[in-house]
Design a protein around this ligand. Sequence first.
Ligand SMILES: Nc1ncnc2c1ncn2[C@@H]1O[C@H](COP(=O)(O)OP(=O)(O)OP(=O)(O)O)[C@@H](O)[C@H]1O
Length: 306
Amino acid sequence: METILEVSQLRKAYGKKEALRDVTFSLRAGTSFGFLGPNGAGKSTTMKILTGIVNADGGTVKLFGRDATNDADAVARHIGYVPQDITLYEKLSAYDNLEFFGQSYGVRGAELKKRIREVLERTGLVDRANDEVQTFSGGMKRRINIAAAMLHRPKLLILDEPTVGIDPQSRNHIFDMIRELNREGVAILYSTHYMEEVETLCDEVAIMDQGTVKAKGPLGELLERYGRQAIYVEVAGMKEPPHSPGVAKASKEGAGWILETDRVGELMQRLLNEAAHRRWDVKQLEVVRPSLENVFLTVTGTALRD
Ligand SMILES: Nc1ncnc2c1ncn2[C@@H]1O[C@H](COP(=O)(O)OP(=O)(O)OP(=O)(O)O)[C@@H](O)[C@H]1O
């Protein structure tokens, strides 16, 4: 699949604050790419550099193989950007906002009308099209904001934490919109500090922390490479974790124990044997699937708090 965006060794400081130290990743056409990191990791700064809002101090950005740093036209044509802060005219209707943004991207006349109808249908807000945006909930505004970024039919949609502080219904609607656009071939670059959003929406991920990309790749590969292999065991009355060979680390969780191991199959067999032999009253015994949470912990050394 064609690489549409190549970001290499981006650096950026705000005064003495080093926001980006080395951001390097690439994105293929049609991918849904998650940009995961805590507040302050540098996600917004990276996205602002990609969209030409902020200048980098160093590094390169290539869009469709061409240097995008000073190519505002190419950026405007190919990228739709949904910033963290909603940018809409509160006193204008949803329709008029869309008309304004469409025109600013160079879409006009009957074609613009057609596209506005299309994006309104995607947002599920057709019946609110003529209401002033100031009467909308945060989630509805966000949906219109995403719609505005789609009017010029970009090949890449960049969304900066679009679900922060919005209601679950709008959140689900936004997820559906993003999935549909992605199915239609639009590449997605989605920043978030919610693990589960990356797990449900994205097929590739870059983990960002302290201004650098700590790990990146297909979600499945990261889980395999950095995810913890473990077994959860809960036995009535068990005060200490079982001392089976092959347990690298044991930690208490709920009423049972998480046993980390390199060899899940062997350890499971051993535990089953021990359970039969010692007549354990087993409440639960199961393999724990590696999660993005422990991938994050492994590559950054800290937990990501939602
Ligand atoms: N305009 C600015 N002036 C000074 N410092 C800034 C500015 N913008 C960002 N920073 C700092 O740069 C670092 C990276 O911020 P950035 O907003 O890119 O992170 P983020 O991962 O998007 O986090 P958030 O989710 O909080 O936006 C932070 O330490 C932040 O305080």
